[in-house]
Design a protein around this ligand. Sequence first.
Ligand SMILES: Cc1cc2nc3c(=O)[nH]c(=O)nc-3n(C[C@H](O)[C@H](O)[C@H](O)COP(=O)(O)OP(=O)(O)OC[C@H]3O[C@@H](n4cnc5c(N)ncnc54)[C@H](O)[C@@H]3O)c2cc1C
Length: 372
Amino acid sequence: MSSEKPSLPLHERMVCNHPLAHHTTIGVGGPARYFMPAATTDELRYALLWAADRHLPVFVLGGGSNVVIADSGFPGLVVQIVSRGWQVEERDTESVILRVASGERWDYVVEEAVAQGWAGIECLAGIPGQVGATPIQNVGAYGQQVSESIVEVKAIDVTTGQAVTFTAQDCAFGYRTSRFKTADAGRYVIVEVAYRLLRDGIPTVRYAELAAYLDEQKIRTPTLAQVRGAVRAIRARKSMLADPNDPNARSCGSFFINPTVSRKQFEELVEIARRKAMISADAFPPHYASGDEVKLSAAWLIEHAGLRRGTRLGPAALSQKHALAIVNLGGAKARDIIALAQLVRSQVFERFGILLQPEPVFVGFETDPFAS
Ligand SMILES: Cc1cc2nc3c(=O)[nH]c(=O)nc-3n(C[C@H](O)[C@H](O)[C@H](O)COP(=O)(O)OP(=O)(O)OC[C@H]3O[C@@H](n4cnc5c(N)ncnc54)[C@H](O)[C@@H]3O)c2cc1C
């Protein structure tokens, strides 16, 4: 975000009772009491000050691809980040630092990086949303997480209006999480993210499904562009690209995080799965073991709890392409999405004793729909 004067006086850019559903990929949610797009840091600061003067809560909206907004809407100011631009710093022979304004579309940044021959984010192609949201849940897919490339995050502290710079270490990144989604949720508005990308142009192929796809295509030594293309092709098969013409993509992507359990819980799962003939006597459910913990596939748990792809509950359904995505079939309300998500959660818990945690951010709800 640059620090220019706003193009219009703030009061002329502020809209009352602005509908939010069309700003989200899942297409649900009521209006914002006040709504304002912010293209510069100054506009953002003015908006924050305006809301603080009126004791109104603030919500920062990016591309709306990871939010479920309550049917009652949001009772304060929604600031939509619309900043654009990036700079390239050429510090050494091995890498470049790409500094990107938070409102840039993430998938476009990946495309440009790949076109330049810079490696590090090629497997994150096709993830909807904006740059400013990438550190929030440490977006990841197909063997890469954005935390591997982020070197710096610039933000404005909502409580003081001060500019703050975080190193990657400060961000407390974890699997689909960071300080911005946990301890400091809602405290900082991210205005710029800096990524370190490698000039060697060697793509990362460490995810089995990606490797298998490239193998099928008989691509032995893939280029960055081929890996990006492969990731997009795999995502398209699962309706995991933001495509307004694909009814299965009217979602927030994965609704639940892949759960991490203890070895003991994993053994119990294996026992249940074998006893109920979900798998053969010597097989295991899909998993990834690391130390004392085992990461499971939430999609596998959902499907083996008896909820097939396409399962409907009113105008909400599990995607026909991927059991982990909850889709708005048309005309769904937030309460319909939540009702199906709660059904999924309770059925998985009853069958396996594992409580799935939702991935999207819930906005405007009086109480957390998934508390417990
Ligand atoms: C089809 C589909 C596929 C997806 N696939 C993946 C995937 O493979 N991997 C993955 O990790 N995610 C995936 N997602 C989820 C989503 O795309 C990402 O989480 C994305 O980073 C959200 O970006 P956004 O700009 O849309 O954020 P929003 O949905 O607008 O906001 C999400 C959260 O980030 C906050 N936020 C946004 N911008 C800022 C900012 N500038 N400063 C402070 N807070 C901010 C919001 O307040 C909110 O809390 C998918 C979603 C869809 C719809």
